[in-house]
Write a protein that binds this ligand. Sequence first.
Ligand code: PNS
Length: 163
Amino acid sequence: MAKVLYPGSFDPIHLGHLDVVEQALDLFGHVVVCTMHNPSKPSGQFALDERLAMIDEVVEPLRRLGTVDVVSFAGLAVDAARSNGVDFIVKGLRTGGDFEVEQQMAQTNFVAAGVRTVYLPCKPSLVFISSRFIREIAQYGGDVSAMVPPSVLGHLERASGRS
Ligand code: PNS
């Protein structure tokens, strides 16, 4: 068993992310889900506190499989890994495009700080899901119920002023 860090923007968390948490729990037993700011993205829709609350709600049923901690961190993923005492980082891969980006980050994180990254392939039925498109669709009142857990729908409706 191992303790692993799953870092991401989670703006908002969706079913693809939850699949990665479930796989990581199954394989490693202890997952620290860590919401972070992605410097290459604009400030985001949800504040870190709201992302934390959403994640905490949706991972609750997965706690039957192992230990899940939910944290936020301002700074580098490798420093989040160190301060949470994890063995390595896990990332989900949807497409070849994800691989290009993740491989560069993983190699940089290893060379700069000795922190390793393990990739988990996303479930094929979920690979199209992205937080960006969920935010866009929800802002215009579209239906994203096939992409996010039910409790996240309420947050999206409130954020778009529809409830
Ligand atoms: O969900 P995302 O947006 O793909 O997550 C990306 C994230 C937040 C994990 C990535 O941007 C990150 O690691 N941010 C922390 C800053 C950092 O460590 N930068 C150095 C990367 S080599």
